[in-house]
Design a protein around this ligand. Structure first.
Ligand SMILES: Cc1cc2nc3c(=O)[nH]c(=O)nc-3n(C[C@H](O)[C@H](O)[C@H](O)COP(=O)(O)OP(=O)(O)OC[C@H]3O[C@@H](n4cnc5c(N)ncnc54)[C@H](O)[C@@H]3O)c2cc1C
Length: 154
């Protein structure tokens, strides 16, 4: 196995996000003190993460109370077994980011977010989004304040 190392190059960190299929979004409810973590589809552009989903539910309730978030994404993961279970390892490249989530209200900015999301999953725009669906959906933008990258086993 190669060594464990922090990834400093912002372009390499972005490349991990570009390849990742999903993120895990961590939230913290200030009323209960409880953490909440959910897997989500996402898109990334210009130092921002875009998410979409229902306009109601636990994650939206928490974000409205506390918009400080943390997220994680990983790629190229593989468990490396060994005869000695103490020598098992995991190969990975991962990113952890911190930022502020904002629920987008404007129609055009929601379409922009949905476009970034759609492009992340391999389709090329321009896209036609149904107006009613755009209005109904919740689109969240996370302005990233800080990101770290790490890899192991390469
Ligand atoms: C790979 C993947 C990609 C996804 N992509 C999206 C996406 O792009 N947009 C989107 O809105 N949702 C997506 N989901 C579903 C997402 O994880 C949440 O279930 C959903 O967003 C609802 O969250 P909420 O806080 O509003 O849930 P609520 O309905 O308010 O949650 C109620 C309770 O259900 C439980 N719960 C919620 N979600 C999950 C879960 N995923 N697994 C187990 N228990 C759960 C929680 O404990 C919570 O207390 C994805 C799930 C997976 C696994």
């Amino acid at each position: 196995m190669g060594s464990k190392k922090m990834i400093q190059d912002p372009q390499q960190i972005e490349a991990i996000l570009a390849k990742a299929k999903f993120i895990r979004l961590a939230l913290s409810d200030p009323e209960t003190g409880n953490p909440y973590l959910i897997p989500l589809s996402f898109g990334y552009e210009d130092n921002a993460i875009y998410l979409h989903g229902s306009a109601s539910g636990k994650k939206i309730d928490i974000i409205r109370k506390n918009n400080k978030v943390c997220f994680e994404a990983d790629i190229e993961t593989e468990v490396i077994t060994s005869d000695d279970p103490c020598n098992y390892n995991v190969r990975y490249r991962s990113v952890i980011g911190y930022g502020r989530a904002q629920i987008l209200e404007g129609y055009d900015e929601k379409v922009e977010g949905l476009t970034v999301l759609s492009e992340h999953y391999g389709k090329e725009g321009p896209f036609e989004f149904e107006e009613e669906k755009v209005k109904r959906l919740c689109v969240i933008k996370i302005e990233i304040e800080r990101m770290t990258g790490k890899e192991y086993g390469f």
